[in-house]
Design a protein around this ligand. Structure first.
Ligand code: NAP
Length: 237
């Protein structure tokens, strides 16, 4: 199967892991359509400026992506963008929770539903989860709930698409060297030393390492329903 015939529709390609997925997908010969507020700087990427927390903008983006794709084709939908909200059950703001849930959970479901008619057999849906898709830590209540919810979306999507020839995978990165970790870095070198001390290899993942796993998953229907943790091995106690 030639990658040249495939399109990747990606959220959050303007930075970090998403930018690396866009670069890898272009290098593999795939068309890339990116949805984020800022453009993806990778050459050849088609950018649609959209705030994924705005329901009307997401509905409009579905129509625009379907227009861009035209005929039904192999489409790899990569749900990567997320709002890294840091809240706790002891300091809870329902509106902030709702907004984060919209970006992290509702929008991925809506994009999948809206783009399904364009997705031919051989397509895939990739959810970018987190270590926190299957683990809890303090101070990350809504983020953790939203990343667990992606596993629910994965499992239910696999059931809903039974027999459709479209596979779905949830890739769960550990700590990745992207702007998302800036608040952690801002807390000083001791905090980063503690983080690195939790990782078997004593380093952060690169965004390219995650993009490599995603590129593998796009072409592997055998992984339908899989939750893949890519975290270099983390201390569990
Ligand atoms: N970095 C890590 O250590 C780590 C670990 C585990 C999981 N993850 C997951 O990996 C994914 C990518 O994270 P990252 O580290 O690459 O983050 P990042 O560098 O902060 O990039 C986040 C991306 O999401 C987009 N985005 C956020 N809110 C958006 C909105 N309202 N509308 C449109 N786009 C929005 C941003 O685009 P604009 O700002 O241009 O809109 C940006 O492209 C996320 O799902 C994150 O939860 C990351």
């Amino acid at each position: 199967m030639s990658a040249a015939a495939d399109a990747v529709v990606l959220t959050g390609g303007s930075a970090g892991i998403g930018q690396a997925i866009a670069a890898r997908s272009r290098a593999d010969g795939r068309r890339v359509i990116n949805l984020s507020r800022r453009p993806c700087p990778v050459d050849g990427v088609e950018n649609l400026a959209v705030d994924l927390g705005d329901a009307a903008a997401v509905a409009d983006a579905v129509v625009r992506v379907r227009d861009l794709l035209g005929a039904r084709a192999r489409v790899h939908l990569v749900h990567n963008a997320a709002f890294p909200i840091a809240d706790a059950v002891t300091e809870f703001d329902a509106r902030a929770c709702e907004q984060a849930m919209r970006i992290n959970v509702v929008t991925p479901a809506e994009l999948t539903a809206g783009l399904l008619p364009t997705m031919a057999p051989g397509s895939s849906v990739i959810f970018i989860g987190s270590t926190l898709s299957e683990k809890g830590v303090p101070g990350r209540l809504t983020y953790c709930a939203s990343k667990h919810a992606l596993v629910g979306l994965l499992r239910a999507t696999v059931q809903d698409l039974f027999g459709a020839g479209i596979h779905a995978v949830c890739v769960c990165p550990g700590f990745v060297d992207t702007p998302l970790l800036d608040p952690l870095r801002a807390r000083g070198p001791e905090v980063m030393r503690q983080v690195l001390g939790m990782i078997s290899y004593g380093r952060l993942l690169t965004p390219e390492e995650v993009a490599d796993i995603v590129a593998f998953c796009l072409e592997r229907p055998s992984l339908n329903g899989a939750i893949i943790h890519a975290n270099l091995g983390q201390r569990e106690s």
